[in-house]
Design a binder for this molecule. Sequence first.
Ligand code: AMP
Ligand code: MG
Length: 360
Amino acid sequence: MSKTNGKDADGPETGKNRETASQGDAEHTGKTKGKRAENRAEKADAETRKDARKARADHHPPSSAAWARAVDAGMGGTAPSLSPHLHPRLPRPAPGIVTVEPGTRFSLASVDPDATGGLDKAEAKVALAGEHARIKAWQEKLYAEHRRSLLVVFQAIDTGGKDGTIRSVLEGVNPQGCRVWSFKVPSAEELDQDFLWRYHAKAPGRGLIGVFNRSHYEDVLVVRVKGLVPEETWRERYGLINDFERLLTLSGTTILKFFLHISKDEQKERLEARLEDAEKHWKFDPADLVERKSWDAYRTAFDDALSRCSTPYAPWHVVPANRKWARNLMVARTIADTLEAMDPRFPPPREGLEGLKVPD
Ligand code: AMP
Ligand code: MG
């Protein structure tokens, strides 16, 4: 460790002070133990300072707000992080999914919404059944273990397929161990609270899988696009979201965030299908046509949210979502892999059960 590094990281102490101090030490040591002892003492001193800096860094990671701003400026820097032993075990996402590298600028334009992850439709159907079985088995253990939870967040433009993905992926999951929340325009009561209040209240408790159909990200997406709060308010929210997700992670929740990525043409087809089929009329919202006019503004807001809020502990996964069958498999596989990496266990059997008889 060079002296310069030590000075910089140690903060208020000036280089001049440090030099004077070590010169004083060297004089004293040199008189009593000679040059080698002096070197040893200096090295030990440097190690101590290094350890102290590391300890401080472990306990005080850079503020998420500062980091989100740095990403925006194109200089990622050190991401807000958790101590390694508290970091959730996150597997690589399923083939086809693009994970936003924390600390980098990301653009949805770099992802092909038609991508299928290399599978064809027939293969995907068989594979999906296998993923359902895996999710079911791991969910039972998560529920029985009753120590940790999984939060799955879905965001997408209107018609992006959030409802359909949730319906497909959660097939076979025990409803008792799962909570799905759809977030709509906030109520008057919700608007009287801080913006994270309603989401925090629905975060999954121990043993549960929680699903957010829309989420706290709406407060930097629709809210930004429609100008529902001043710019300085939504700008501050990226860092607050990173802090919120850090809190949930530290409290035992693994967070999986999926952005379902469709093209503008695909949205047109889906809206037309809703208009043409009487049984799909209930899904058609004329407001979606108004929102479609803001397509570019939404894309900018998505790019910013995905860039600023992809962290090592809660990265964003972009799912090519034009092909529903491919999308469903990619999401299901990533959920199954994540549960497997969490590795929940049945609790050990109670002691003293041997020999117990159930009375007639
Ligand atoms: P849907 O998901 O189609 O049922 O529509 C829900 C609507 O609620 C969408 O238009 C969202 O943009 C809107 N919404 C969700 N969260 C918020 C929020 N925090 N602020 C404003 N609008 C929201
Ligand atoms: Mg809608």
